[in-house]
Each structure stands twice: as structure tokens, then as C-alpha cells.
Design a protein around this ligand. Structure first.
Ligand SMILES: [Zn+2]
Length: 450
């Protein structure tokens, strides 16, 4: 990299840096396996030190089997004059992902069942896959489809579907305790920005941010192909699942809709409550939805044998926005500000998890005399002095060892960070004693072999 490029990089905002990752990954043709995934992970290794893992085709993973590896070099439909009327080189969405190879001439009538378009959105190319059924096909705009004349066409998909590997990326940031927070995103979609690349770039940005922070928890980042990747990871790491105390799936976090948090299967896990609290305190529109067994990889993490406390952060409702799984989920559909905002909210929620603990009042018989200790109106001139005092009163009242600071934040309606500051002040003055922030990792989850 030249000096000029370095200084240009240095002046980028967090959102712009994450957007640049999206831009650079956008042209790559990814799938659930293959070189597109490897190229994506290698590009991410310039941002964060993730490990690339390879799992052989045919490996049994619970009820599934790691599939054959798919790679593609080129694909097209040529008309009689030899002109490419559908060209993979212009958009990788033109080929049904996981198409088996084909090269022959056929009539429009023969070709037609293998073509997919969106009549309601005639200018957009749909995104289609056929992972687990051998098939081939092309996707094109409805306008392009309508313009095809009844003639013979040369159809070519230069792909391979052969024994190989499923590839995923993993990064672990060690914490003081052996308890972990899981952050997972999918990396299996080709040129789609919100669905796929936004989660990847925010996860990488979070890893960079957390690497420089003190951490009680370890943070495990997974960059995996959807469904089969999560199933494969869980199958390979079943023995260590008990270390995961909280988790978050990041998917569709770069568009301009308000943030939406989908609760874990447990419904009232600490991550659910931390996310709800942070979103509520931000004082702007957001959506909270209950768990359902549909969506992204929370389906696997929240399957009954694991039942991990994993929620999902998104923006536009999954599958319900018109751009979903189309060529309109492009670079214009995501914004640097949305990426940065998602990162900031995640960082805040993790701060809550990091600092959530209960306290015991060392002066529980009536209120201690705060004025004598310089605590009443101690923060003179501070605009939130009243809120700080209120926070101290809440902390003193509910610190009987039973209530966590998140409980107190929910009950008082005060921001977690304000209560945290008040608690520190009270600890410094000998009025509160903290209990450990994170219970022992091994006592947290019952019923699973460790
Ligand atoms: Zn998708």
C-alpha cells in the first residue's frame, strides 16, 4: 500500500472503513463452499487475524453431510450471433448458485424452465440457489427475459461440483474468564450487500474494536456459510458449547431501516435484556421480535439440544423488504452510517454484559448519609447530577445481592452506564461491595457434556 493510500485509509470514519470492506467483497462470487469463501476470508485477514478452517466433503455433521465443493469460472447464454445476452462476468447473480456444469445448444422453450426473473420488479435480477438438489439455471431481469426471441441459444455454465471442503473463518479474542460471547455472520451469498456483507463488515469492525478493550468475556467470531456452516461448527465444537454464555447473529445490518432485535429461544436471556435495554435507552425507533424458528443461524444455535442464548440483530425485516435476495441489495442499499450505528449498539450491549453484576450494600439499615461523604450533590454542575443521585439511591436500595445492575436498570429506567458510574462511586466510598461479574462458565449451562 502506498503512503498516500495509507493516509487516506487513516482518515476514514469507522462507518466508511466498514463500507470499504463491503465494497471490496461485493464482486466476489461466494457460495456455501468454494474459492469465493476463501477469497472473502483472505480479504478479511487483512482486517482481523482470523483462522481459516476446512472441513472435508462427506463429513457427517449431525443430520447433515458436508456437501461437495462448488466453484465457477464463467457462465453465459449466447444468441445466434455469439453475443452474450446473459453474462456471469457482469453479475454473478445471473447463475443459480450451485448450478451443475452444462454446455449445449437449446431452444428458448427448453431453456425457459431454467430461467428465473421477478415480474413485479422487472429490472432486478433475483438470487436463487440449489444447494442440495442437482440443478442448473440462470437468473435475469424480467425485461431481459421478455426480450428473448424464439431461437436457439448456446448455454454454458463452466462450474465444478466436486469433493473438496467447506471453509469457514474463526477468530477468538481471549477474555479474563473462560466464558464466551459468540458473534456469528453468514458469508455464503454472492454479490448481495445487506444480506451477507453488512454482517461480515460489522463483525470484523467489532472484532477490531473489542481487541483493544479490556475483556472479561472471550469473544468468538464465526464467519460461516449459512445453515450448513453453523451446523458444521456446532458439530465440531459440541464439547465447548457450555462456554458460550451469550451470542449474537448479525445479518442485514447495513440498510437504513431502524434496528431490529430478535430474541433468543429462551426469550429472556441476558443478551435479550441487554440488547432491549440499549435499544430502548437510545431513544429512537427500533423493533423487538420474539424468537421464531425461521431466519438465519439463530435457528441452529437455538435448536433444543443447545438452546444457546443467541439473538439476532438486523434492520429491515428478514425476507420482507423488496430488495431481499435481488440485485437491488447492492452498494446503494447499505450506508456507512448504518454500519457504524450497528457497531456502536453492539459495543454498548457488550459493555452491559461485561459490567453486569450484583452488589451488596454495606449499609443496608436505612439510607447512608450521602452528604457527609460528599456524595450528595457531589457532581456539582453536572447536568445529569439529579440522575446520578437517583442512580445511587437505586443502587443502594436494590443492592441486596439478588438484583443485577441490568435488573436495576430495567426497574429504574436509568441507563446502565449511569448506574455503573454510581456503583463505582459507592464502592469507592465503602458503601457497596461487588460480586464477580461473570459466574463460572461451567456452572452456567446445564445438561451438556463439557
Ligand atoms: Zn439470504
Amino acid at each position: 500500500m502506498s503512503c498516500a493510500a495509507q493516509s487516506a485509509t487513516g482518515s476514514l470514519t469507522t462507518g466508511e472503513r466498514m463500507f470499504r470492506v463491503v465494497e471490496e467483497l461485493y464482486p466476489i462470487c461466494r457460495s456455501i463452499t468454494g474459492n469465493g469463501v476463501r477469497e472473502t476470508l483472505r480479504r478479511l485477514q487483512r482486517e482481523i487475524p482470523l483462522q481459516m478452517e476446512e472441513v472435508s466433503t462427506g463429513t457427517p455433521v449431525f443430520d447433515w453431510i458436508v456437501p461437495r465443493e462448488w466453484n465457477i469460472r464463467d457462465a453465459y447464454i449466447k444468441d445466434a450471433s455469439g453475443r452474450r445476452i446473459v453474462d456471469f462476468r457482469k453479475s454473478n447473480l445471473h447463475v443459480v448458485n450451485y448450478s451443475v456444469p452444462i454446455h449445449r445448444r437449446m431452444t428458448l422453450a427448453e431453456l425457459r424452465p431454467h430461467m428465473h426473473s421477478l415480474p413485479d420488479r422487472p429490472d432486478w435480477i433475483p438470487y436463487r440457489t440449489s444447494y442440495y438438489q442437482e440443478n442448473w439455471g440462470f437468473c435475469l431481469s424480467h425485461c431481459e427475459l421478455e426480450s428473448l426471441v424464439d431461437a436457439e441459444y448456446e448455454v454454458c455454465i463452466d462450474s465444478t461440483l466436486e469433493p473438496g471442503h467447506l471453509t469457514y473463518g474463526e477468530l477468538f479474542l481471549k477474555g479474563e474468564s473462560d466464558a464466551e460471547i459468540l458473534i456469528s455472520c453468514h458469508i455464503c451469498h454472492p454479490s448481495l450487500c445487506n444480506d451477507n456483507l453488512s454482517g461480515i463488515s460489522v463483525a470484523a469492525g467489532l472484532a477490531q474494536h473489542l481487541a483493544s478493550q479490556p475483556r472479561r468475556y472471550g469473544y468468538r467470531f464465526l464467519f460461516i456459510p449459512g445453515t450448513i456452516g453453523a451446523i458444521t461448527w456446532l458439530a465440531r465444537n459440541e464439547a465447548a458449547i457450555g462456554r458460550i454464555h451469550h451470542g449474537l447473529v448479525l445479518a442485514g445490518v447495513g440498510d437504513r431501516s431502524p434496528l431490529a432485535y430478535k430474541k433468543s429461544r429462551r426469550g429472556n436471556a441476558e443478551i435479550d435484556r441487554a440488547m432491549s435495554h440499549v435499544l430502548r435507552q437510545a431513544g429512537r425507533e427500533f423493533r423487538l421480535t420474539e424468537f421464531s424458528p425461521y431466519g438465519y443461524d439463530e435457528r441452529q444455535y437455538c435448536s433444543p439440544a443447545f438452546d444457546l442464548a443467541v439473538g439476532r440483530l438486523s434492520r429491515a425485516p428478514h425476507g420482507e423488504f423488496p430488495e431481499y435476495h435481488t440485485s437491488a441489495d447492492n452498494l446503494e442499499f447499505v450506508s456507512p452510517d448504518s454500519l457504524a450505528d450497528t457497531l456502536a449498539v453492539c459495543a454498548k450491549a457488550f459493555e452491559v454484559l461485561e459490567n453486569n453484576r450484583s452488589y451488596v450494600s454495606l449499609n443496608p439499615k436505612c439510607e447512608p448519609q450521602l452528604g457527609r461523604r460528599g456524595l450528595y450533590r457531589a457532581i456539582g454542575g453536572s447536568s445529569d447530577a439529579g440522575q446520578q443521585e437517583l442512580a445511587m439511591l437505586w443502587m443502594l436500595n436494590l443492592s441486596d445481592g439478588q438484583y443485577s445492575m441490568l435488573d436495576i436498570a430495567e426497574r429504574s429506567g436509568l441507563p446502565f452506564a449511569t448506574l455503573d458510574r454510581a456503583a463505582q462511586l459507592l464502592v469507592d466510598h465503602g458503601l457497596l461491595r461487588a460480586s464477580p461479574a461473570i459466574p463460572d462458565a461451567r456452572s452456567k449451562k446445564k445438561g451438556l457434556a463439557l
